[in-house]
Design a protein around this ligand. Sequence first.
Ligand code: PEP
Length: 226
Amino acid sequence: MLIAANWKMYKGRRETREFLEHFEPPAGVDVVICPSFTSLAAAVETGRTIYAQNVHWENQGAYTGEVSPEMLVELGVAGSIVGHSERRQYFGETDETTAKRAEAALAAGLGVIACVGETEEQREAGEMEDVLRRQVGVLPRHDRLVIAYEPVWAIGTGKNATPEMCHHAHSFIKSLTDVQVLYGGSVKPDNAAALLSQSSVDGALVGGASLDVDSFTAICRAAIPS
Ligand code: PEP
């Protein structure tokens, strides 16, 4: 099981250090922390597995505001999220740019968590499978690539997919490609066990509930097979 914390634009260096000093990952679970760019170095110093929240597809160049795979590798960062729905929604990320970021990160030796998922409108229109087929179809096949199924309507909203909805989407993704699939979307200590107990769920990508040590620890514990 892999449990990843997406801290979005929260926690600078001080709060990152504080969290990681108090957080003891439970045995038997792989934990990845994804802080903001400015907190990456402080996080790496703690010896934990650290991923960035985004990565560019070139190793250098005139790309103001971007960070390259080689820069992350040099810092000791182990991987990156790509294609998060907030990147797609607010920053013009597309399936194509997501695929380019994933390919470059993998080529540099990084791990990748690639996010896919339908909007509420797409789900209601019965388009979930088409959307997932398109988003998954462009991604490279690689043993360091993990997919996070994050239905957009469940991110930061408190609405989470039921374990059955989650199982259906994960099974569909696994029918397209042989890959580990994490679930993301309002995972909390009280729903984590039910979601993580689905046979098609290989872990979770956690946003809001990963910002608090106790709640994130509880989610990590829920991932330990009983
Ligand atoms: C996320 O940001 O990837 C996420 C799943 O957020 P939340 O857990 O807050 O819904």
